[in-house]
Design a protein around this ligand. Sequence first.
Ligand code: AMP
Length: 420
Amino acid sequence: MKVLLVGSGGREHALAWALAKSPLLTKLYCAPGNAGIAQVAECVPIAATDFAGLAKFAVETRIDFAVIAADAQLVGGLWDVLETAGIRALGPSKGAAVLEGSKGFVKDLCIEVGIPTAAYKRFTDPAPAKIFADSLGYPVVIKADGLAAGKGVIIAGDKAESEKAINFMFEGGFGDSGHAIVVEEFMEGEEASFFALSDGTNVIPLAGAQDHKRVGDGDIGPNTGGMGAYSPAPVLTPALEQVAMERFIKPTVAAMAARGLPYIGVLYLGLMITKNGPKLVEYNARFGDPECQVLMPRLKSDLLATLVAARDENLSPLEWHDEVALTVVMASKGYPGSYEKGHVITGLDVAAQLPGVTIFHAGTQTHGNDIVATGGRVLNVTAVGKDVAEARDRAYAAVALIHWEGAFCRRDIGWRALNR
Ligand code: AMP
């Protein structure tokens, strides 16, 4: 099969790496890709936002299957564009991606099918939103309804912060995605991610993971796209995973099918494990980044065959390695704020030789014979091991061999799992 993967981050490198191992694959293309992806795929210079260009390339190249990895493409309807052009692809469709594209839709669905989640109300005007937020008490959570590049959630500590956040959203601070908002109760607990794959009717569990969102050790400082992750996550016990499937994911997939919006694709369930049990934080319509980078090394089954089976509505259960996978994100100085680009990265080859280590590229480009850092998050230094401690030690041994000017990473990835 000729396969087209769309995207250019660490998640896409992990997917490309897993797809490249498939005996079904004859040729892998990635648009636009990065320097790491270029080691396993042919990168084509088409932006992930250029839906018409992607469809044209897929048709002309006779692509047999396309994999769309990112929220903006899924919510924007790239699946629909490709399928209309006759290209089979793993979605979800634009309609079903509403599970990521509208937080208010998801909250209403939770009430309809009895999924536990934080108390909330939806608003299209600031004044009643402020009154409701005040009635919930503080901290309170203010969410832009639509996609906001991962930044659409504000946790307001007091009335002034809450009113400021509500004004900011309605004044277009997050563009169109903030013209409707959700105001919800703050939930206390430990967060965990659980992934499943649905063919529209049947849904199978993938695996659990936990990530580290804050930039600094000890989970302090600004939020990021994620500074590291590991899988499995000990907080997600087998009993909790069963609850995730039976109480959350299966009723959601059934409700989507009943609405005529069959959900076909990867479903990410963000859970808060509260003292009153697990509650839904959010759904994503795709693999997480960097969670995908710790799921792929643990997957024993053929990823390509699996994704095609989901698209063709005949999924069967998967096999996983027992090992733990852990990834450390190496970022450029300044991230998640503005950062420098273009510094040459050294040590990649030696680091990749260490036992159990795989390095996924997130923000890199090839310049002549050099690989240079071009993103905020640059590398996902990933290792497998018999337990979290071994995976962590292997990943940090590799990190120690990699250098570029201004590189930094968190030093405590896996701490929650290790403290248990
Ligand atoms: P979301 O985009 O909905 O996942 O929100 C981003 C982050 O905000 C989550 O990963 C949580 O850490 C936090 N968050 C969202 N909703 C709540 C809530 N109701 N209570 C506490 N934290 C929340």
